[in-house]
Ligand binder design. Sequence first.
Ligand SMILES: Cc1cc2nc3c(=O)[nH]c(=O)nc-3n(C[C@H](O)[C@H](O)[C@H](O)COP(=O)(O)O)c2cc1C
Length: 386
Amino acid sequence: MKLLEPLQFGKRILKNRVFMAPLVRARSDSGRAPTDIVGTYYAQRASAGLIITEGTHVSPWSATRTHASGQHTDAQTAAWGRVVTSVHQAGGTIFQQLYHVGRRALRSALPNNGLPLAPSPIRSIDGILTDGELEPFPLPRALETHEVAGIVDDFRFASRRAAQAGFDGVEIMGGGGFLIDQFLRDGSNVRTDAYGGSLENRARLLLEVVDAAIAELGAAGVGIRLAPHFRADGISDTDILGAFTYVVKELERRGIAYIHLLEGTTHDENPFIPLYKRIVHKRAAGVGPGPLPGDPFYAPITRSLFSGVLILNGGYSRESAEQVLSDGLADAVAFGRLYISNPDLPERFRLNAPLVDADTSTYFTNGSRGYTDYPSLAEQQSAETL
Ligand SMILES: Cc1cc2nc3c(=O)[nH]c(=O)nc-3n(C[C@H](O)[C@H](O)[C@H](O)COP(=O)(O)O)c2cc1C
């Protein structure tokens, strides 16, 4: 099975192509430092080719629900160090996802009762559910030009802290409607300085952040998550294909480890999987990618422009993941929801064993229930024979 074949990853060889997608699970303490069960949780999943941690805040100005984790204080870095040690002892490889939520911050959690930060004073739709109450996102404050360097520094110092904690690398969250994405899209960025207007200007923050991370960890220690299909939360763009193509070309020049493409949204079926087969056939017949049903096919576009590792994610099963890998459209597939409830996912794939559905009610609750108590197949079988 292609999914279980090793993968050359910079100087490393990863043991398989079944990656764990980033998943916020809100099991940190009140200072946003991961608790001991976080180390247990990730170590249970160390048979993944690569673990990408939950989105981790790079600054107190990037704050969401309580108990979501950070990487901007000494206590957080020390706690992450213990998590990484557990994963390495279990034979795993782990990158830390770093993000700044920008205008999607939880106002009540921000310093000095300040407003969320954004490229422009344009509100994100929706809000955050805290204790059953929806806290709507307020009108954010546009960052002054001189403040943008401070955002780049937030990522620089968080990358440095990730290296100190022993992480094998970092994944910059460049999608999902968060701050970097807010800068990239002209629906949320109407600035007139060097960070707004042309797509080169709108991509400037993203590339400065990537360069800062490379300076700390080297290009082989930096990956990025992009989500060009993402349209929720008031995110829009008049030419996302142009912006995306420019960004991928620039990332290729920098030689980063990987691009992690989030296709579709968390809850929808991935609409591209059934169509990929057609692209591969057309390409084999020399007729290009064929007609595009509304959305461009970002995976083949990325494949043609980027020579590093390409990870796909969003609604994949064992079969559809195997299909895109054997068709050569990607090098690895990341699984989100399946990793919540199947800690030994590669082994289950190997045996084609039944998969357990995740309990959505414990996604963001504190404690080990619905977190570290999903058994591996071996644990399940030994419990059954007792
Ligand atoms: C509980 C939960 C938390 C998530 N947290 C993050 C996150 O921190 N960062 C991120 O980029 N995506 C996050 N996602 C999205 C997942 O990484 C993934 O893209 C999504 O679940 C689709 O993949 P899947 O179909 O394999 O589950 C989260 C999804 C879920 C269900």
